[in-house]
Each structure stands twice: as C-alpha cells, then as structure tokens.
Design a protein around this ligand. Structure first.
Ligand code: AMP
Length: 289
C-alpha cells in the first residue's frame, strides 16, 4: 500500500493528480468535512472499488453554514482522520485552508436551482446549497477526478450535485453510497457527537419511525397517514421536526398519494440543539425493462 500524503495547497494537489495521470491511473474524490466515521470510510470503499487512486478532501466549508449554525463548533479532528484514512487505502488527503479556497477578492459563487429549491433543507438553510455547490464545483475542478463519491445520507445534496454536474458539463461521474447506520438505525454523522447519552438513547427512533412509515406506504397506507403517525412517534422521542416528507426521488418535488415508484422519505429533526437529517427509500424506480 502506498503512503498516504496530506496535501495542503492546490499546487500540491494538482502535482499529485498529474503524477497519477502520468502513470495512467484513474482517480476518485470523496469530499468530506472531516470528523470522519465509518460512513465516510464506506465512501472510500466505494471509491477504491472504482478507481486506482483515492483522494479524500477535508474542508469545513464556511460558505455552507449560516451565521447561526455550528461552523465554529463543528468537530475538527485532522490527525485522527488521517490515521483512519491511511489504513483504509486512501492515497491523498486534500486539506486546504479557508484562505486557499477563498482567497482575498473571491467573488464567484454558484446559484443552484432544481432540487435545491424544493423546500426541505433549503427552507431551513436557504444559503446552504449554493455554498455546497460552489465548494464541490471547485473541488471537482481542482482534483479533476474520474469519479466523485457522495453519501445518500445527504440525499438532497446528492441530487443538487448530480444536477449541477449535468448542467455545467463537468466531466465526472457522480457515484452514490448507501447510508451507514448504528445498530438502532441512527445514521452515522459527525454531528451525533453533540448528543448527550439520553438524547442518543432516543435518536434511533428517527430512522425507526421513518422505516415504519415507508413500510406502511409500501403496504398500501396513504402517505398522509403514515407520515402523520411517524411524525407523532418522532416527536414523542424528543425531536422537534423540521420536515418529514415523501418526495420524488430524483427531482425531490412533492408527490401525489398512490404513486408506487420513485419515492423517498426525507426528514430533518432537532434533538436539543443538534439537528439530524435522514432519508430512506420508499419505492425505488422500477428496473428498466
Ligand atoms: P460530511 O463530512 O458530513 O460533509 O460528509 C461527507 C460525505 O460523507 C457526504 O457525501 C455524506 O453524504 C457522506 N456521509 C455522511 N454520513 C454518512 C453515512 N452515515 N453513511 C454514508 N455516507 C455518509
């Protein structure tokens, strides 16, 4: 296994990628904000299965946090992250600083529409996806990978990035990875570290209630009934729900009851000051015939 290198500047990243390319090697990028857990490592696995070289970027992107959000307290654990990524077979960690990504005079941002503008996260974090899209576009142009891997955990983000890459003709394949969960269903997240022991005990019910709702819809119950009962259960476990909605799984537009393909249940809920998001499949698209 090659030694993992930590690259702090764009010049270093480009030099590393140029070396891979000279050797005829394919490149995968997995963008992250660090505080890595097994969910991030599962993205690395997906990347490794598809490309010879794997780059993980670690950058807590200030432009995707609103002033009232947790940018300052977001966990930063670079040393530990690097110690996890080496044995996972990652070739390079790209860890730019904010001044490197947004130098003095930086004045260009993306404004994303489509799945970014259908409510859900956008209703509660109206500047978030423009910030995500801008930094992801930069990372894709900086590393110029063959593939980039994103988790289904951030489902609306995944849809926004797919749309952006298609709209801007960015020559990269976007690959999604399933959500890794704790045994009680709680999706692994860097933000789970904010939960105290009591909150953690109840947090799994977010996913359990969502799975129950999805099962009921698949069994023929109306979306409205299933979502209403799941919302009651989620609230009873101490969450304040921002949204819990069944949407089209590509456009993320609202859907009519009775549809039996291409549906996704998405949620955001707050436990104390910790905001968690999750989503699960209700009906996948039918296999193409
Ligand atoms: P983050 O560091 O939270 O920005 O996440 C970086 C990437 O890891 C994103 O593509 C996330 O969707 C993905 N990710 C986060 N949590 C999980 C998880 N539990 N399972 C799989 N992927 C995840």
């Amino acid at each position: 296994m090659t030694q993992l290198v930590v690259l702090a500047t764009l010049a270093d990243l480009r030099a590393a990628v140029a070396e891979y390319r000279r050797a005829g090697e394919s490149v995968a990028l997995a963008p992250t904000m660090g505080a890595l857990h097994a969910g991030h490592l599962s993205l690395v696995e997906v990347a490794r299965a598809r490309a010879k070289r794997v780059i993980v970027s670690i950058f807590v992107n200030p432009t995707q946090f609103a002033p009232n959000e947790d940018f300052a307290r977001y966990p930063r654990t670079l040393e530990q992250d690097v110690s996890l990524l080496g044995p996972a077979g990652v070739d390079a960690v790209f860890h730019p600083d904010a001044a490197g990504m947004y130098p003095q005079g930086f004045a260009t941002s993306l404004q994303v529409g489509g799945p970014a503008k259908v409510g859900l996260e956008d209703k509660f974090r109206p500047t978030h996806f423009d910030g995500v899209a801008t930094v992801v576009a930069k990372l894709l142009l900086q590393a110029a990978p063959d593939i980039a891997v994103f988790g289904e955990k951030d489902y609306q983000q995944l849809a926004v990035i797919r749309r952006m890459v298609a709209d801007l003709d960015i020559p990269v394949s976007i690959v999604s990875a399933p959500t890794l969960r704790e045994s009680d269903g709680l999706a692994l997240s860097s933000r789970n570290a904010y939960l105290d022991a009591r909150q953690r005990k109840f947090a799994g019910n977010l996913n359990q209630a969502m799975a129950w709702a999805a099962e009921r819809i698949r069994g023929g119950d109306t979306i409205a009934d299933a979502v209403r009962d799941a919302a009651a259960s989620i609230s009873a476990s101490g969450f304040v729900i921002d949204y819990l909605e069944v949407r089209d799984n590509v456009t993320l537009m609202p859907v009519e009851d009775g549809r039996t393909c291409g549906l996704r249940l998405l949620a955001a809920a707050r436990m104390g000051t910790t905001r968690l998001i999750d989503n699960i499949d209700v009906f996948a698209l039918p296999a193409k015939g």
